[in-house]
Write a protein that binds this ligand. Structure first.
Ligand SMILES: Cc1cc2nc3c(=O)[nH]c(=O)nc-3n(C[C@H](O)[C@H](O)[C@H](O)COP(=O)(O)O)c2cc1C
Length: 410
């Protein structure tokens, strides 16, 4: 099936060419230990994905600061204490010839109540009424703290490189810290880090520069960025285009387009696809980017069928097809697609049967995380598992996770 465009290699400006056009997008594994270290389960999961066939495997988000994690079980990378395990992780994920990149992140305000001692953000803007009970009002960062965080991104990237990862991706999407800086809703600063689109994007540009300074000129660095955050007064497509142009000029190697935040989870598909060939959520924006910027482009969210992946490649609207949830229920899906076969399973809307519970928005993440954990234990995913069961079990384990994190801090 070599005539399929998904089989074509993708050369990048830095690092080896990707062997094809399918990429596993980041899926937070929550397989770190209670004290946020790499575990054998995490390594085993990547051993499984090493045979997925994907040209690029992006890790789930790895945190740059122990004081700021986004979920219990995140891996934190701020020093070399876990270098041996990190090397095992990097080797496991690269064993099948896929490039393995580490996604690095700071959650800013998007960390549930009780998990961190405090949450920080560009400004002390509370969450809307739906999430306010679960997420505390953050404290505004000081200038010195912002500079320290910029250095931390560079430090984590350098450690990822040392461990043998083939690249890093900044998590600039989905409402986390970089995304908070970019949003006029979350960033109300009046100093050099906010107030205008150019000042709001200063943070991400400084982070990119610092990472580049630390990893050197030959190491691939990408970013996952929102097309928009779909929030009133928030980050718009026009500002996103501005950020993309600035990052392209600064030398970024790959831009992945997504969208949404915890408050407006567009990345999981709230918007209806306009046709079968346009099943992906953010394609229209990708086309606008394509018309103006030459950086390699990955688009993630909603890709389901071979035709849906081939059409935008044929139209030269993107370079790389990002796949998320399917990899959690069918880890070999890319290999099948590359052979010209449709995936065995389909990503379907989940429901507990109770509208109220479904409305929480955490159901998707919870259910798919359970599948990842199963693979971490050496088992197979269960694509038809009950959503209600998953919801209830997750509430219990999150509670225990937060209690453990508190106990470790005490
Ligand atoms: C369980 C789960 C964890 C996720 N973790 C991350 C993450 O750590 N970083 C990230 O950028 N996106 C994360 N995402 C979003 C996915 O990368 C992707 O953008 C989204 O699932 C849409 O793609 P899909 O329709 O192919 O699933 C996560 C999604 C799920 C379901």
């Amino acid at each position: 099936m070599s005539e399929l465009l998904i089989n074509q290699p993708l050369p990048l400006a830095r690092g080896p060419a990707l062997k094809n056009r399918l990429a596993k997008s980041a899926l937070s594994e929550a397989l770190g230990s209670a004290d946020n270290r790499v575990t054998p389960q995490l390594v085993r999961l990547y051993r499984r994905w090493a045979t997925s066939g994907a040209g690029l495997l992006m890790t789930g988000n790895v945190m740059i600061d122990r004081r700021a994690v986004g979920e219990p079980g995140n891996v934190v990378l701020e020093d070399d204490r876990d270098m041996a395990r990190l090397r095992e992780w990097a080797a496991a994920g690269s064993a099948g010839g896929s490039a393995l990149w580490m996604q690095i992140n700071h959650p800013g305000k998007q960390a549930p109540r009780g998990l961190n001692r405090e949450n920080v953000s560009p400004s002390a803007v509370p969450f809307g009424p739906k999430l306010a009970p679960f997420f505390p009002v953050p404290r505004a960062l000081t200038q010195t703290e912002i500079e320290e965080i910029v250095r931390r991104y560079g430090n984590t990237a350098a450690l990822a490189k040392e461990a043998g990862f083939g690249g890093v991706q900044l998590h600039g999407a989905h409402g986390y810290l970089i995304s908070q800086f970019l949003s006029p809703h979350h960033n109300r600063r009046e100093d050099d880090w906010g107030g205008t689109a150019v000042k709001r994007r200063r943070f991400v540009i400084e982070v990119y520069r610092e990472v580049r300074r630390r990893v050197g000129k030959d190491f691939p660095v990408g970013i996952k960025l929102n097309s928009a955050d779909f929030q009133r007064g928030g980050f718009t497509e026009a500002e996103s285009l501005g950020v993309i142009k600035a990052l392209a000029k600064a030398g970024i190697d790959l831009i992945e387009i997504s969208g949404g935040t915890y408050e407006e989870p567009a990345m999981q598909g709230l918007r209806k696809a306009s046709s079968a060939a346009r099943e992906a959520y953010f394609l229209e924006f990708a086309e606008k980017v394509r018309a103006q910027v030459k950086v390699p482009l990955m688009v993630t969210g909603g890709f389901r069928s071979l035709a849906g992946m081939e059409a935008p490649l044929r139209a030269d609207a993107l370079d790389l097809v990002g796949l998320g949830r399917i990899l959690a229920i069918e880890p070999d899906a890319p290999a099948r697609l590359l052979r010209g076969q449709e995936t065995r399973h389909r990503v379907q809307p989940l429901s507990t049967g109770f509208k109220l519970l479904d409305g929480f928005g955490s159901l998707e993440v919870t259910w798919y995380t359970r599948q990842l954990h199963r693979m971490g234990r050496g088992r197979e995913p269960v694509p038809d598992e009950s959503a209600l069961k998953s919801f209830v079990l997750d509430l219990r384990s999150k509670g225990v996770g937060i209690l453990k994190a508190r106990r470790l801090r005490a």
